[in-house]
Design a protein around this ligand. Structure first.
Ligand code: APR
Length: 317
């Protein structure tokens, strides 16, 4: 049987950690690609990671490279190339630099891995997914952004800490943009089927929501650079669902036309992920404030896309 192939663009913190999770889960062969100036870093990390194989017991070929020919035949390409957020910087501050990077990376993916499903991680996420879509020209089911997988994991973690239960028993749902823009759906959040509102007072749930929203910023402040373990873990969770055709429901930045009345933008929504990439957007019923927050989030995504298309008119059509 042919092994799956996962390519990771950007061999920095998020990229190398994606390679690590993908190899540890034995999802397939892994290619770690960076710019020519950093090819040594990509190659060194690839060798270092490959040498974990005998200990962790995974069989996978791990390649470090700066040559896009090496991504040929990838099932999934995870894009982490770009500058990470520095303290005091918003994701939006990164926009100009990272659009240029993600645009050039996407053009290479279009050429060398034209059948792949692309998972974008670079920030500002909602703008970068749009950029990857336009620059690859891929059908919308093969372009996804990783945001919800991470945001929901943060929310579940903080709730489990507060309740004092296993994180495995906490199931949560959220929509909308990444981080500050997320729309938590407390009504759809439960602990082994028990609505979370029966286990925690509303102010504690709200505190968990707020902490999940600024979870990225909290880590940036502490470490001086953006988070990478959980963003990489979320990305590889999506890659695994696609490679194994698991039909998992994971919140992702996915293209929505009629869904949620979004009208042709990539917004965080629960999706079914399988071998076809994004196979279905799941629409849940929204009420009152949930709907207001979702509308605000959609409008922020539209603003970001407007900024991108004003800076780079070639991405408008
Ligand atoms: N092609 C390939 N790799 C590139 C390119 C490019 N055109 N431009 C930059 N890179 C590489 C950098 O050389 C670096 O090795 O992307 C890598 C980014 O790694 P880090 O600086 O460690 O950043 P990281 O923390 O991994 O974050 C990457 O993910 O979560 C987001 O906000 C985060 O946008 C940021 C991205």
């Amino acid at each position: 049987m042919r092994r799956a192939k996962i390519s990771v663009i950007g061999a920095g913190n998020v990229g190398a950690t994606c390679a690590h999770w993908a190899a540890a889960k034995e999802l397939g062969d892994v290619v770690l690609l960076d710019i020519p100036d950093k090819v040594g870093v990509a190659q060194g990390k690839a060798i270092d990671l490959a040498c974990c194989g005998p200990i962790e017991r995974f069989d996978a070929q791990i390649t470090g490279t700066s040559d896009y020919k090496d991504i040929a035949g990838s099932d999934v390409v995870i894009v982490t190339a770009g500058l990470p957020r520095k303290p005091g910087m918003s994701r939006d501050d990164l926009i100009q630099t990272n659009v240029k990077i993600v645009k050039s990376v996407s053009e290479q993916i279009r050429e060398y891995a034209p059948e792949s499903v692309v998972i974008v991680v670079s920030n500002p996420l909602d703008a970068m997914v749009y950029t990857a879509w336009k620059a690859t020209g891929f059908p919308t089911n093969r372009i996804l952004g990783q945001a919800g997988a991470l945001d929901v994991a943060r929310f579940r973690t903080f709730l489990a800490w507060e309740i004092g239960c296993s994180i495995e028993d906490v199931t949560a749902l959220l929509l909308g943009g990444h981080g500050d823009d997320m729309v938590p759906l407390v009504r759809y959040t439960s602990v082994h089927g028990i609505p979370v509102s029966q286990l925690l007072p509303m102010e504690k749930i709200t505190a968990c929501v707020e902490r999940a929203k600024v979870g990225g910023g909290e880590v940036v402040k502490l470490m001086g650079t953006s988070a990478y373990y959980a963003p990489a873990s979320g990305s590889v969770q999506m890659a695994e669902a696609i490679i194994k055709d698991k039909k998992r429901i994971i919140p992702c930045a996915a293209y929505c036309e009629k869904e949620y009345g979004i009208g042709g933008y990539f917004v965080g929504v629960p999706c079914v992920l399988g071998s076809g990439g994004m196979e279905k957007v799941i629409e849940v019923d929204l009420q009152g404030e949930e709907k207001t927050l979702m509308d605000e989030s959609i409008s922020h995504v539209k603003d970001l896309v407007r900024v991108v298309t004003e800076m780079f008119p070639e991405l408008a059509s």
